[in-house]
Design a protein around this ligand. Structure first.
Ligand SMILES: Cc1cc2nc3c(=O)[nH]c(=O)nc-3n(C[C@H](O)[C@H](O)[C@H](O)COP(=O)(O)O)c2cc1C
Length: 309
């Protein structure tokens, strides 16, 4: 029996959607601190897990407080998903495993992975089966609404007998990439093709947008990606909880995030924080001057000096 945490999430819930190069442990912890109900890892290569797992396993480490934590796999070779799933289940022990059917990055497309994988129904099905059959964790998938001539609804029809516990639909086609209107109609229709927990994703940067998407789609939860950049408190904002408003409160949060990054990755963590610092700076007075300085920081002391904190 799979321990299906998805079913226990209070609806509507708000997930931190996966972002490669961004949703590491420190960022996930910041989102959980502000009310994210479930968080995803950065996408991890099933093939890398089979041939050289060390680095990927290190990236996927997490802290207890991040639970429920979902590890997302990407790849195009069904047999790699057998081993990768076993490794994740045994070595990482997350709350769930997700499969990526949405990534538009050219390098990933070339491998036949991510969004273009959805065009090959049979291979996609084999991959999902291989993950489900090799773990006791609940399995979810993340897709787009359409990839070329293949619609998510036909895809769901083809895999409807598989035990997929949750589905996050980024409401855009592959051709749209990361901009343009969210196809709420198709997400709404997906309900008729999928009996698990359904999430809508795309274009949510505020409480009003979250409410609008929930209303238009009738989903159980919403996935938020770019709306949390430099604003991990968006989850609190949406849930009408307390969130930082003054510059001083926000600086405190920035420092908290930097300290977590340093704890997890050492000085490299601080260097990697540069992009987050630029996103945080967006809302501050004199943002462009601040960004120019923040993009060069090497230590927490540098950051404190710039923020005069
Ligand atoms: C920098 C970046 C990295 C992303 N990496 C992933 C990923 O690893 N796996 C995935 O399924 N989606 C990934 N996405 C897509 C997001 O999860 C999300 O579907 C998309 O950004 C739309 O949501 P938003 O409008 O809230 O940003 C990424 C998006 C961005 C901007």
């Amino acid at each position: 029996m799979k321990n299906n945490f998805w079913e226990n999430l209070k609806k509507p819930f708000f997930a931190m959607a996966p972002m490669a190069g961004i949703t590491d442990s420190s960022f996930r912890q910041m989102c959980v601190r502000f009310g994210a109900d479930v968080v995803y890892s950065e996408m991890a290569s099933a093939t890398a897990l089979v041939y050289a797992p060390e680095k990927t396993l290190e990236i996927l480490q997490f802290e207890k407080k991040e639970r429920p934590y979902v590890v997302q796999l990407f790849g195009a070779e069904p047999k790699h998903f057998v081993e990768a799933t076993k490794i994740i289940t045994k070595e990482i022990k997350p709350n769930g495993i997700d499969i990526n059917f949405g990534c538009p990055v050219k390098k990933v497309q070339k491998q036949g992975a991510g969004a273009v994988l959805m065009k090959d129904f049979k291979k996609s099905r084999a991959i999902i089966e291989n993950v489900i059959n090799n773990t006791d964790l609940p399995v979810s998938i993340k897709t787009r609404t359409r990839v070329d001539n293949k619609s998510i609804l036909d895809f769901l029809e083809f895999i409807k007998d598989l035990d997929i516990k949750a589905l996050m639909i980024h409401g855009r086609t592959l051709a749209q990439g990361f901009s343009g209107a969210i196809d709420t109609e198709t997400i709404k229709k997906a309900r008729d093709f999928f009996s698990g927990v359904l999430m809508a994703n795309g274009g949510v940067y505020s409480r009003a947008e979250a409410e609008k998407l929930l209303q238009a789609t009738g989903v159980d939860g919403i996935g938020i990606a770019r709306g949390a950049l430099g604003r991990p408190w968006i989850f609190s904002e949406i849930k009408d909880l307390d969130f930082p408003k003054s510059k001083e409160e926000k600086f405190k949060i920035v420092l908290e995030h930097v300290k977590l990054a340093e704890k997890h990755k050492g000085q490299q963590g601080v260097i990697e924080m540069r992009k987050h610092l630029c996103w945080y700076a967006k809302g501050f007075e004199g943002a462009s001057e601040l960004r120019r300085e923040l993009i060069q920081v090497e230590t927490i002391r540098d950051i404190k000096k710039i923020l005069k904190y």
